[in-house]
Design a protein around this ligand. Sequence first.
Ligand code: 3PG
Length: 305
Amino acid sequence: MKVLIATEKPFAKVAVDGIRQEIEAAGYELALLEKYTEKAQLLDAVKDADAVIIRSDIIDNEVLDAAKQLKIVVRAGAGYDNVDLAAATAHNVVVMNTPGQNSNAVAELVFGLLVFAVRNFYNGKAGTELMGKKLGILAFGNVGRNVARIAAGFGMDIYAYDAFCPKEAIEAAGVHAVDSTEDLFDACDIVSLHIPATPETKNSINYDLVNRLPKGGVLINTARKEVIDEAGLIKLMEEREDLKYVSDIAPAALDEFTKFAGRFFATPKKMGAQTAEANINAGIAAAKQIVGFLRDGITKFQVNK
Ligand code: 3PG
C-alpha cells in the first residue's frame, strides 16, 4: 500500500518523520509531494496512491479521477471544505479529518494577532489591553474552546454563540452563551470567527453584522476567508474608521483591504496550524487513521458518510 503526503504547505520535518514511522511500521510505503506549484504534479503523484494525507490541498473530481487506487483521503486538520465530498463518495473514497489536533495552535495565534491589533500593530502609539474586554467566540468547537481557555488567562469577559452547541455546554465552560450571531456582535468588543466554510456560513459575516460592533471593535478571522462578505466589510471599514480586521487568511480582495493601513493585517500564508506540535498531532493522527482504516476498516472521523 502506498500512502502519499500531498502538502502544498509542508508539515514540519519532525511531523513527516513521525508520519513515516507510523506508515512504515504498518508495512506501507510513504511518498512525499511537498510545495507543489502545479495541479499536474498532484494529478501525477496520486496515480498509484492508496491513501493521501492533505492539508488545505484541493481534492476535486479531477484529482479523484486520476487517483485510480485511492481508498482514503485524510485532511490533517479540521476544515474539509477543500475536498469535494460528493465526488469522493462517488469514487468510493473515504474522507476523514483529524478534529482537535491543531486547535490549540490556531487558538494561540488568535491572541498573537489580537495583541498586535489592539496595540495598533506596534506603531508606538498607546493601544488598549485585552483584560476586561468582551470577547465573542463564534462557534464553540475545538478552536473556540481553546480560545475561551486562553482568554480567561487574559482576564477577558467571554461570550460565545454556536448554532449546534447547547447553551448549557457553553456556560459549563465559564462562558456567557448568547442566543444568536447578532447578539454576539452586539455584546462584544472583539469577535473571533471559528465557523467552517459551508453554504450556510459563506458571506455570512456581512456589513450589517459587523456594523453591530461597538466603537473600536475588532474582527478576527482565523477560520476561512469565504465566510466574509468582503465587499460588505470593505464598505463598512470605509465608513467606520474605528474598526479593525485581522485575519490569518489573506482576503480575495487583498489589495482593497491593504488600503486600510493601521486597521487591517493578514498573515501572508495561513499560519494558524503552522506549529511543529500541530503538524505532529494532525499528521500522526492522519497516519494512524489511515492505518486503522486500511488494516482494520475503522471509519471513525469519516466526514462523507
Ligand atoms: C484547519 O482547517 O485545520 C486549519 O485551517 C489549518 O489548515 P492548514 O492545514 O492548511 O494550515
